[in-house]
Design a protein. Structure first.
Length: 403
């Protein structure tokens, strides 16, 4: 069996040309809307201030009292000649102007003094009606993720329930006779299911609802049954394992039997045997079983599908220029255009630049550091990136960790 030679972009574009995701809307309480995607333009229901408010802490006075210049305020009394006006508060209608508290000194007998040169004009330091927000004013455009600061703006506009896109439900089905669940002590021939917990949190981070299934054995009838079950409720199904050319790799054939096979094989590794299909207008992804291959398939393929379903762009990570500390094989035995994800450990140089240390599979240390690679670079083969050459490293941590 030969693998297909689709690039990552080509594989997704082929899927998207056939798949028509159905966007559904639901209303959620404002406190539960963080990270959700707005289903429509969100506009204010209220006008604030309703009448007016003070622009700062101070005293509210009558501007008419200052028409002929600064009056003698030594005998002024609170409630008669002025009132306190705090930031954002309305104040008595007898007064129309606010003097900032920094210009006011209160005397022991209840009077006050104003700083020399204090200027008073009608309406000074007063926010008018609707100066904060007006009814019908656009707060958040359709199709944007709702941030914490947006929650505050929406609350001010009187939206205590907001229309959002329903999150895609993603089923994850780990398969393999060798797999045992997390928490069970492995014996000879066992392998711990590490991908379910990784996938669950990645789905949440991508804005999807995870649906984790128990481990399924490499038995065609059992695999077909669980896939059929998952397709009834999930919007996207991930079969993990059984994607390559092994004697117990049944899943690619199963996808071809049940729906339209998009591709079996992409020009990228780890994750070369990735399989894509469309069944009942629902994408099904068969991810390779090894943890790193599964991670990259989740990161570029499943993330791309979820973003497409939500109508949002795929996030762009920060990249930095770095100098390689060793040679990186760029797929000398792979076809033209093949992409190899090389894990990178990044360090700072004395000159303030970055040095990239490739993590290789060719030695034990590389395998032990599978969980520790703060970045990666994509190397296109055939060819070799040599020590001392400059590469773009995509950061998996924030750049602040490498200052």
């Amino acid at each position: 069996m030969e693998f297909d030679n689709y690039s990552r972009t080509e594989a997704l574009e082929k899927l998207f040309s056939l798949w028509k995701p159905k966007k559904q809307t639901e209303g959620v309480p404002l406190e539960d809307a963080l990270g959700r995607i707005s289903a429509e333009d969100l506009r204010s229901r209220f006008t604030l201030p309703v009448f007016r408010s003070s622009a700062g802490d101070g005293i509210a006075v009558r501007s008419a009292d200052f028409a002929q210049g600064a009056p003698d305020t030594a005998g002024w009394r609170l409630g008669k000649d002025y009132v306190r006006a705090d930031t954002g508060d309305d104040f008595d209608d007898r007064f129309d102007t606010v003097i900032m508290i920094e210009a006011v000194s209160f005397t022991g007998d209840g009077g006050l003094r104003l700083a020399s040169g204090t200027e008073v004009k009608p309406g000074m330091n007063v926010n008018g009606r609707g100066s904060a927000i007006e009814e019908g004013e656009l707060i958040l455009e359709k199709g944007l993720p709702i941030r914490a600061c947006d929650l505050g703006a929406l609350a001010r506009g009187g939206l205590w329930e907001v229309p959002v896109l329903r999150v895609p439900r993603v089923a994850f089905i780990p398969t393999g006779n060798e797999l045992i669940p997390l928490g069970q002590v492995p014996g000879r021939g066992d392998n711990i299911d590490t991908n379910s917990i990784m996938a669950k949190q990645m789905f949440r981070e991508m804005g999807a609802e995870p649906m984790l299934y128990p481990i399924r054995k490499d038995e065609p009838a059992q695999l077909e049954s669980v896939l059929s079950e998952a397709l009834k409720t999930a919007d996207l199904v991930i079969l993990n394992g059984g994607s390559s050319k092994g004697a117990e790799d049944y899943n690619a054939a199963l996808l071809a039997k049940m729906g339209t096979l998009i591709c079996h094989g992409v020009l990228a590794a780890p994750g070369r045997p990735l399989c894509l299909a469309l069944i009942d207008n629902k994408p099904v992804v068969n991810l390779p079983g090894p943890m790193l291959a599964a991670y990259y398939g989740l990161d570029w393929c499943v993330r791309g599908i979820i973003c497409h379903a939500l109508g949002i762009p795929v996030p762009i990570r920060t990249k930095v220029k770095a100098v390689l500390s060793a040679d990186v094989a760029g797929g000398r035995f792979f076809p033209e255009g093949f992409e190899f994800f090389c894990r990178i450990i990044l360090t700072r140089t004395e000159s303030g630049g970055y040095e990239a240390w490739p993590v290789s599979f060719d030695h034990v240390e590389g395998k032990r550091t599978m969980g520790f690679h703060p970045g990666h670079c994509t190397v296109k083969g055939p060819g070799v990136f040599t020590r001392g050459s400059e590469v773009d490293v995509e950061l998996l941590y924030g750049q602040e960790y490498f200052l």
